[in-house]
Ligand binder design. Structure first.
Ligand code: NAP
Length: 292
């Protein structure tokens, strides 16, 4: 029987202790934890997702403010904005979702977010430190912020007791927010992780050799049964809308289910865990901020 790697239970477990931590911050710091987020009006999907994140924040008592950017925002204005929100003592957490308007892509966001407020692990410091770690103990001890989606995948796999150590794992997609840090984190857990991308030669051949296939490419129902080996575990990070407007993952869930030993649903798999990791990181940043 195929195991459904649902994310709602783990997500609820992570969130369960957050309201008490928020209450404690309010008591000790005399204010709510605060998130400052950049909101691009150029990308509807990212903007809708950010609104969802801010709604989840407000529900547990985190205050939020979105700073809009668009095609008219200059790189200089964007740089000043990031410096201002990062240095404000009232901002505990900074989030800069991608994609950004084209003219802002050249701005070195990773050097402008204060590492202590960098809740999605995008800064040069957090990313650099992550890649210097060679096992998970070092990652935990370093007190870093690591990219939430990559962390969510690892936590979801551990929650469902998927064996990582010794497994051959393909991570498809090499973005610095998901695929790259995820492949590194899995190798820190003693998996043999292969990072695949659009130029990988004979990709289905590579995937067929793997015990676990993780897809993070952003293409609706791209992963098909003839691309995995029988009994493989499929983790679907993708969030897409198909040509009928239906929300779906990168994996062809219905077609893969009879073949896979375990598979994440979309929605209800990695997504809710990512959001909970983000909320947890905002509170972790706020606790550190008021204790400084
Ligand atoms: P991204 O920055 O656009 O990167 C996409 C990656 O996929 C690139 O490395 C690209 O290869 C690779 N790729 C594209 N087409 C491919 C193909 N046909 N075969 C193999 N590789 C291919 O995307 P991202 O930001 O990492 O996001 C990926 C997906 O995850 C999106 O659907 C996004 O919405 C979703 N996401 C979900 C969550 C969640 O919590 N569930 C969080 C974040 C993102 P090249 O490098 O060669 O171009």
């Amino acid at each position: 029987m195929t195991i459904l790697l649902e994310g709602k239970t783990l997500s609820a477990q992570i969130r369960a202790e957050l309201p008490d931590r928020v209450a404690n911050i309010r008591l000790e710091a005399g204010r709510e934890p605060h998130l400052s987020a950049v909101q691009s009006s150029e990308d509807d999907a990212a903007s809708i997702y950010l609104n969802k994140e801010m709604e989840a924040c407000r529900k547990i008592g985190i205050s939020c403010r979105a700073y809009p950017v668009d095609s008219k925002t200059t790189p200089e204005e964007f740089t000043d904005l990031l410096k201002t929100i990062s240095s404000s003592p009232l901002t505990d957490a900074v989030l800069v979702p991608r994609p950004l308007p084209k003219q802002l892509e050249q701005v070195p966001v990773c050097d402008l977010i204060t590492p202590e407020k960098d809740i999605d692990g995008a800064s040069t410091y957090n990313m650099g430190r992550l890649f210097l770690c060679k096992n998970f103990r070092e990652i935990a001890a370093a007190g870093l912020f690591v990219p939430c989606t990559a962390l969510a995948v690892v936590r979801l796999m551990r929650h469902h007791e998927i064996t990582i150590s010794g497994a051959r794992i393909a991570v498809v997609g090499r973005s610095s927010t998901v695929g790259k840090p995820l492949a590194h984190m899995l190798s820190c857990l003693d998996a043999t992780a292969t990072l695949c991308h659009s130029r990988t030669v004979d990709l289905p051949q590579v995937l067929k050799t793997c015990d676990i296939v993780i897809s993070a490419i952003g293409k609706a129902r791209w992963l098909k049964p003839d691309m995995i080996k029988e009994g493989a575990t499929v983790i679907d990070v993708g969030t897409n809308t198909d040509d009928k407007g239906i929300f779906c993952g990168d994996a062809d869930f219905e077609a893969l289910k009879p073949l896979a030993s375990a598979i994440t649903p979309v929605p209800g798999g990695v997504g809710p865990v990512t959001l909970s990791c983000l909320l947890e990181n905002i509170i972790k940043a706020a606790e550190a901020n008021f204790r400084r």
